[in-house]
Design a protein around this ligand. Structure first.
Ligand code: TSB
Ligand code: ZN
Length: 587
């Protein structure tokens, strides 16, 4: 999808369209007052005060019609420049505009744009006539607090988008439809992957058998990879005493994101938001020589974060998650190689899942809010420079983002854009000089002296929750065979004549460790075939007279209308090869 904000012509068009929207609203609701109408990545919106009125879908229709009228009447759009006083006089009956003007400099030239009987403050530029705005669409409406502050009044926000040609608009609307159909929350329901329930609570998802099967495959997959790379896996508890987080610094810098304390007898326990403190104690549990490093402690570990209820989103942002976590304890001279190993692992994994659209983000501290971070400036400068140097030397393209670091150090985050346009972190690799200090971790160097290791925190699949959300959207719910909850659906053409052979094939495939279903319901063949497609099962086997008499298998792949007939052995080889090679069959 196009990023309208970054595209100059489209940005002007959308900005002008926001005025067109306000113009139409003013005609229909003469008492309307206008706050701001910015261009955003997806088009534009305008925040409007309509008194007590709440905009409905019908209102959107009406406004859209009025906008079309103004487009048709071909009004010239002209720029006017005003002094601050002139602007205050002109907009005196609109408190929102007065607020904007009052915040401008005394000597600033204030510009406004006029089209027929409507005038609005704006820097511009704008198109020269309303007739150029005919390819627009109002998309949705919502409430929005004035200035984003929940103590303020709720304004009516109307979203829209505008393009140069009807074809561009059509394509964009189609893209939006496609994105909606891919939304993992919608597919998660349709494919019985996961569910939530208000009695459990917001942001707390339950993985149904289909989703759990995919997750088990993912867990086995990443664990095996890590074992080969010299990781050691552990299990640690999800609860710990508050004392642990006082030592780690979570108490001072991360408390807002944690669930409140549970008091019991003389203990104070909390649900952990991260696994690092437990892993620090595991490292500290034994003596280490410089020859033992790097030590890589991995865990598929549940964490709990108090995400705002408005921010939770399906599996993408949850309050209980399971990280594909590891902490690497390294010598300073091993930092570069170990970060490089982590990035290689990320890229290797992305190849298996065909993840190609991602960006590396170097997440740095926010120098204006230093209280958010542990440690001093000197150590932060050193950590950030080290991370930047390593990434540059390794030749990776990355952009920098201030204020996105963890409280203990800078991160290399791998950012992706979800189907519905969220920018989220999938994988992460973080450089930490703070926790080794706070936990007083040491190893013995070649001279027999005790020295500090450095810690690299990393999550390749991030969390299984978020990774699953991503996969559902990426594959549009049609998982490759190795991940699919059901890999083969066996459909006997006629139960009376073909069920026995269907059962024989069912057992054969089960004995080869395939996930098979036998659809022996007394339903029409076409119905059972359609359902197999709806469930996005990679292989549907249709077994009739020919297959039974000659001992063959006829299969149809998800996404194809072609039926292919092969021997049993050929089918087994085909599917086992696809599983082994993690083939992604493009629909
Ligand atoms: C990598 N201590 C490190 C760890 O060792 C850590 O917790 N890093 S994190 O805070 O960045 O979280 C790791 C990953 O979890 C993120 O990269 C992101 O992919 C995922 N994640 C974070 N918050 C959520 C959430 N609320 N729901 C689902 N996944 C999340
Ligand atoms: Zn960590």
């Amino acid at each position: 999808m196009i990023n309208i904000k970054e595209h100059e012509n489209l940005s002007i068009l959308n900005h002008s369209c926001a005025h067109l929207l306000a113009h139409a609203v003013k005609h229909l609701y003469p008492n309307a007052k206008f706050w701001v109408g910015p261009v955003i990545e997806e088009g534009f919106y305008y925040d409007i005060d309509l008194g007590d009125q709440v905009i409905t879908d019908d209102d959107l229709e009406k406004i859209s019609k009025e906008m079309k009228k103004i487009v048709k009447s071909n009004k010239r759009i002209t720029r006017i420049e005003l002094s601050k006083q002139e602007a205050l006089d002109m907009f005196h009956d609109d408190p929102y505009k007065v607020d904007l003007i009052e915040n401008m400099g005394e000597d600033e030239v204030i510009s406004a744009y006029k089209q027929d009987d409507f005038i609005d403050l704006c820097r511009g530029p704008h198109v020269e006539s309303t007739k150029l705005l005919k390819n627009f669409k109002l998309l949705k409406h919502s409430g929005a607090y004035y200035k984003g502050d929940s103590n303020n009044k709720v304004l009516q926000r109307i979203y829209g988008v505008c393009f140069e040609t009807p074809e561009d608009l059509e394509k964009h609307l189609q893209d939006l439809e496609d994105a909606k159909a891919r939304d993992h929350r919608k597919l998660g329901k349709e494919l019985d992957l996961f569910m939530s329930h208000e009695l459990v609570g917001a942001g707390l998802q339950m993985w149904l058998p289909n989703g759990a099967t995919v997750r088990m495959e993912l867990e086995n997959y990443i664990r095996q990879k890590e074992i080969k790379l010299g990781y050691h896996h552990v299990y640690t508890p999800s609860l710990a005493s508050t004392g642990l987080y006082k030592v780690s610094g979570h108490w001072d810098h991360y408390k807002e994101d944690m669930f409140p304390v549970m008091k019991m007898d003389n203990e104070e326990l909390v649900l952990r938001p991260m696994n690092c403190p437990h892993h620090m104690l595991i490292f500290k549990n034994s003596l280490h020589s410089y020859r033992d490093l790097p030590i890589r402690i991995g865990e598929l570990a549940p964490d709990f974060r108090y995400e705002a209820s408005g921010a939770v989103c399906g599996l993408e942002r949850v309050r209980q998650m399971c990280q594909n976590d590891a902490h690497l304890f390294v010598r300073p001279d091993q930092i570069k190689e170990e970060i490089s190993n982590v990035v290689h692992l990320i890229l290797d994994v992305y190849k298996d899942f065909n993840i190609t659209e991602y960006k590396f983000r170097l997440s740095l501290r926010d120098e204006e809010n230093l209280e958010k971070y542990a440690g001093n400036n000197e150590i932060w400068d050193m950590a950030e420079n080290e991370m930047r140097r390593v990434l540059t030397e390794l030749g990776y393209d990355f952009y920098e983002a201030k204020g996105e670091a963890a409280f203990y150090g800078p991160k290399l985050d791998v950012q992706i854009k979800t189907a519905i346009g969220h920018d989220i972190t999938l994988s992460t690799c973080q450089l930490d000089f703070m926790l080794p200090e706070r936990f007083d971790l040491t190893y013995v160097d070649e001279h027999g002296a005790k020295v500090r290791p450095v810690v690299i925190h990393r999550a390749i699949l991030g969390t299984f929750d978020r990774f699953m959300a991503y996969l559902i959207e990426e594959y549009k719910g049609a998982f490759p065979v190795w991940l699919a909850p059901t890999q083969v659906n066996i459909i006997p053409v006629n139960l009376e004549y073909h069920e026995e052979y269907a059962k024989e094939i069912y057992e054969l495939l089960q004995n080869h460790d395939l996930r098979v279903k036998l659809d022996d319901r007394n339903e029409k063949l076409g119905y059972r075939m359609r359902e197999s497609v709806m469930n996005k099962i990679p292989f549907a086997l249709v077994l009739g007279d020919k297959e039974r008499d000659q001992g063959l298998i006829s299969y149809r792949r998800y996404g194809s209308n072609e039926t292919v007939t092969v021997s049993k052995e050929e089918f087994l080889t085909l599917i086992e090869e696809e599983i082994k090679n993690k083939v992604i069959y493009k629909v």
